[in-house]
Design a protein around this ligand. Structure first.
Ligand SMILES: [Zn+2]
Length: 138
């Protein structure tokens, strides 16, 4: 074994709640930004608690890390999404909607929609969570 196996425990430790998940996605998408794209001031965006966006402290410009992602407009917690992506990345042939339904405790309809979107995301570019979530696959 070259790298330590990325297990379900690792996932839960790394992403214990939705805030951590959101920060992770923010870092992935906008972590390289050291200035505000609107006002140009060198700054750090801060998280609006209870909301899913980040704000520039100078001009109040907003960044929505979930925009244009599969997580956008979903009522399903990010932790469940991350778990689902984990299951997909580890199963040889992905995961069925039925399995997602059982593991996540969501409705079959939700599970089916998640499965479809995750499949698309992984097909397109290995997924934006690749490298972290998919780190256990050779
Ligand atoms: Zn600004």
């Amino acid at each position: 074994m070259k790298t330590p196996k990325y297990t379900i425990d690792t996932l839960h430790k790394e992403f214990p709640n939705d805030d951590v998940c959101l920060d992770f996605i923010f870092q992935k998408r906008y972590g390289h930004l050291d200035y505000c794209p609107k006002c140009g001031v060198i700054t750090k965006f801060y998280r609006i608690k209870t909301r899913k966006y980040y704000k520039c402290p100078h001009c109040a410009f907003e960044l929505y890390p979930l925009a244009n992602t599969i997580f956008h407009k979903s009522d399903t917690p990010l932790t469940k999404w991350f778990f689902a992506i984990y299951l997909f990345s580890n199963g040889k042939n992905g995961t069925s909607a039925k399995e997602l339904e059982r593991h996540l405790g969501v409705t079959y309809k939700t599970a089916w929609r998640m499965a479809k979107q995750i499949r698309l995301m992984l097909q397109e570019n290995g997924g934006m969570l690749s490298g972290i979530i998919v780190s256990s696959t050779p």
